[in-house]
Ligand binder design. Structure first.
Ligand code: GLY
Length: 397
């Protein structure tokens, strides 16, 4: 098969979570045919997360902070494009995030303190009315925010993908990556929901399997970190800003729903379900951050698995197999990083593609000025290359 024919073959997206949908959407916008294979989309971390857009509140550092800041900057245009293509709202809320501290010294030591507004106790009470008495200082990151991933973004992305012709095969579990004699990707073997095993030929695919990614490619250092969550029915407008405490955060949606996260349980592996210990931990966090919310009725409780790597940063770009790309391992920052991940991966997988202009209902929202400069793209792909975990350790000194 010649290169031009290979370029017309559909790209397989192996995993229908947030990364899979975001990349499928971006590729479809470039005119590339895409098929999304997904075992069970409802278990995706994109449906579990609280949707914080928080590179500063999370205290990210180094290349991960830069990746997060670049993505944050792109989110309004990315969201507008999804909304134009799919016709439904993503629930973006640039509400700012408050990080409380027990002391001023702790506040000033926070890795991203330079990007935030320092708050004393009085200012903290103004920004987060009702905050618990144990917090004497805070940082306000007005540039951070949230998106209603669970109820809106995931559905809006599905609709945008469908509108652009993306094909879905829900209930298809990819069992194996098939390689040709040269070791390049030749296709996948999969099992359908009906129990049939099929082969699907493909020369290009993106592994977006989240916490399950290493099941297909065991050399990837991706493992699950379980998180338990709950939501409370709060009064509308009780809280405007997200409160991001140590171990617990409170994310107020527009309609008063307060999303509370999250436990961090690497030892749980893929053990499903809520635990009394995890739920008590969340209750203790609520009582410390916003005592009045302890009285608000619980609306929902759920859990999921963050895809983590040893340095807690994602794997983006080429894989050990030619023709297979990686977009996994986003750990705590998947929702934040979806926009930049989609852009980086679409450029890598389909460099021949360019966003088509003016031929979609709703028109084009993203402009060339927003495209990631080639140098920055290359340096980010280098920083998050999977091979960083295979390089021999440098001698100390
Ligand atoms: N982004 C927060 C968390 O993963 O709990």
């Amino acid at each position: 098969m010649d290169q031009a024919a290979a370029d017309r073959d559909p790209v397989l997206i192996l995993g229908g979570g947030l990364m899979g949908l975001a990349i499928a959407h971006q590729l479809a916008r470039c005119g590339t045919a895409v098929v999304v294979l997904s075992r069970r989309r409802s278990e995706a971390a994109g449906f579990v997360a609280a949707g914080m857009l928080a590179p500063h509140a999370e205290g990210l550092q180094g290349s991960l902070l830069e990746l997060g800041q670049q993505s944050l900057q792109r989110i309004p245009a990315w969201v507008a494009q999804i909304e134009a293509d799919g016709g439904s709202s993503c629930g973006l809320r640039p509400c700012g995030i408050v990080v409380p501290f027990a002391t001023i010294a702790e506040r000033d030591r926070y890795p991203t303190a330079a990007w935030g507004q320092p708050l004393d106790r009085t200012a903290l009470e103004r920004e987060a009315p009702g905050i618990g008495p144990g917090w004497q200082a805070g940082l306000l990151f007005e540039q951070d925010g949230q998106i209603d991933n669970r109820r809106r973004l995931m559905r809006a992305l599905e609709r945008a993908c469908v509108a652009l012709g993306v094909a879905f095969q829900e209930g298809s579990e990819v069992l194996e990556l098939r390689q040709n004699g040269r070791g390049a990707l030749a296709g996948v073997r999969l099992r359908t929901a009906e129990g049939d095993e099929n082969q699907l030929p493909a020369r290009r695919a993106v592994l977006t399997g989240g916490a399950w990614s290493a099941r297909l490619l065991p050399q990837l250092p991706v493992f699950p970190v379980k998180g338990q969550m709950l939501s409370l029915q709060g009064p509308r407008q009780a809280l405007q800003r997200v409160i991001f405490g140590p171990g617990t955060y409170l994310v107020p949606r527009e309609d008063g729903l307060l999303v509370v996260g999250a436990t961090s349980e690497p030892e749980a592996g893929f053990a499903e379900g809520l635990t009394p210990f995890g739920q008590r931990q969340l209750q203790a966090g609520i009582a410390a951050l916003l005592p009045q919310a302890s009285q608000w009725p619980p609306m929902e409780r759920w859990w999921g698995f963050r895809p983590c790597t040893p340095d807690q940063a994602p794997l983006l770009g080429p894989s050990p197999i030619e023709g297979l790309w990686l977009a996994t391992g986003h750990h705590r920052n998947g929702v934040l990083l979806a926009a930049i991940t989609a852009e980086l991966l679409a450029c890598s997988v389909a460099p021949e593609g360019r966003p088509s202009r003016g031929d979609r209902a709703g028109g084009e929202v993203q402009s060339d000025e927003q495209a990631l400069p080639a140098g920055l793209r290359a340096s980010l792909l280098q920083a998050f290359h999977w091979e960083r975990f295979t390089a021999p350790a440098q001698p100390p000194g």
